[in-house]
Design a protein. Structure first.
Length: 403
């Protein structure tokens, strides 16, 4: 054979294959999770932790089409891969690297070539957190026929809401195969507390209207203390549980309380609470947050009133039945706060006037309870979905004979 022709025929052939060497076999993966929204990443990481309790050797792969970036600090035991395209060559490259047993495809924006390749190789496929917006020709670059074909290999369909379920049914999915589970989201385990301390604290508070300023930064302190003074003019027995974000700031907090003319006690001293002399209970230890959130039905989540702080995860407070107040600087958790606000479980405050008005209104127990219930229902929705998907994964892997 002429050298030029030999060179032409050998193009694209790996060096090892040209020498007759066997290519490395694809890596076995127990659980492959494909994400289409940034919120899927922490939800999956929580799901993986739950599943790994029974399957400590679980081998995991996370993929994205590139629109969701690799998360910072990802556990090195979890492989991350961007699937850049859906053409045959790209599909072959993917399955030359990985041999997954089970795929959880989240949201939608299906990639028909990858899905067909997985089906041919015996990968079990489940669609979770399906959203209506992800099913349409603009995402698929094809007709409804391709949409229907791409859905056929899936054996389970978990829809976020009624609209998503209806979209799946229009594409030929049998109604009995679709479960409406709610949104897949990160949940936060309930914060712990000492039951004796809680009984001591709630006994001292008795029937006083109480609110919490949780994990407050020094830059936010003046707004909170002035709002408490204003609110106390309308709710004379009002008590503030004040929790610094950093215990090193406690001396500065004490000085600010004195400067604002507020009478205060420092936990665990409760003498001033029952006789209603103290207007504020200062907590020196921020790590007892489970105690403070249980004692106060209304919680301002700190690190949100001053610029550049980013806010706190609202799920911990919502899990414990708090009506949530928050400032405008919650960029790290903006999506979560927006959803709580839309559900009626959270309310934004911006300054002394809006904060004091919110505290006065929520000092009415029925209003605080209604708002707290809305927050709790949204927060626990994610836990129920995680439990259902966990059971689905275990059942499927058991059926496939996975360890």
């Amino acid at each position: 054979m002429k050298p030029a022709l030999k060179s032409l025929l050998s193009r694209g052939t790996p060096d090892g294959a040209a020498r007759g060497e066997a290519a490395d076999p694809p890596r076995q993966v127990d659980l492959w999770f494909h994400v289409t929204e940034a919120s899927h990443v922490p939800a999956f990481l929580q799901l993986r932790r739950s599943i790994s309790e029974e399957r400590p050797g679980l081998r995991c792969l996370m993929t994205s089409d590139g629109r969701v970036p690799r998360p910072d600090g990802l556990d090195p035991r979890i492989e991350w891969q961007v699937i850049s395209g859906d053409k045959p060559a790209e599909t072959e490259r993917f399955f030359a690297r990985f041999a997954p047993r089970l795929c959880l495809w989240a949201g939608g924006r299906l990639m028909p070539g990858i899905i067909a390749g997985a089906d041919r190789r015996g990968t079990a496929l489940c669609l979770v957190d399906a959203v209506a917006e992800s099913f349409g020709a603009s995402f698929w670059r094809g007709t409804a026929l391709f949409e229907r074909r791409a859905l056929k290999p899936f054996t389970a369909f978990l829809a976020r809401d009624q609209e998503a379920a209806a979209a799946l049914r229009r594409l030929g999915v049998d109604e009995k195969d679709v479960q409406i589970t709610g949104r897949m989201q990160l949940g936060v385990p309930a914060l712990g507390h000492d039951e004796d301390d809680l009984m001591k604290l709630t006994g001292a508070i008795s029937s006083r209207p109480t609110w919490v300023a949780a994990c407050l930064c020094a830059e936010e302190l003046d707004i909170v203390l002035e709002a408490h003074r204003n609110a106390s003019r309308s709710a004379h027995r009002l008590l503030l549980l004040l929790v610094p974000s950093d215990e090193e700031d406690v001396p500065a907090f004490k000085a600010a309380l004195s400067q604002h003319g507020l009478r205060y006690s420092v936990w665990p001293d409760i003498e001033g609470l029952a006789d209603e002399i103290s207007q504020v209970l200062l907590a020196e230890d921020p790590f007892e947050m489970g105690l403070w959130l249980r004692a106060g039905p209304v919680a301002l989540l700190g690190c949100s009133l001053a610029p550049g702080l980013g806010g706190l995860n609202p799920f911990a407070a919502a899990n414990l039945g708090s009506a949530i107040l928050y400032g405008p600087n919650v960029g790290k958790h903006l999506e979560a706060y927006s959803r709580f606000a839309q559900a009626g479980g959270a309310r934004i405050v911006r300054d002394v006037d809006t904060l004091s008005a919110a505290v006065i209104q929520l000092s009415a127990p029925d209003r605080a309870a209604k708002m707290a219930m809305a927050a709790w229902e949204l927060a626990t929705e994610g836990a129920e979905v995680t439990d259902r998907i966990t059971s689905l994964v275990h059942d499927t892997l058991d059926h496939l004979g996975a360890p």
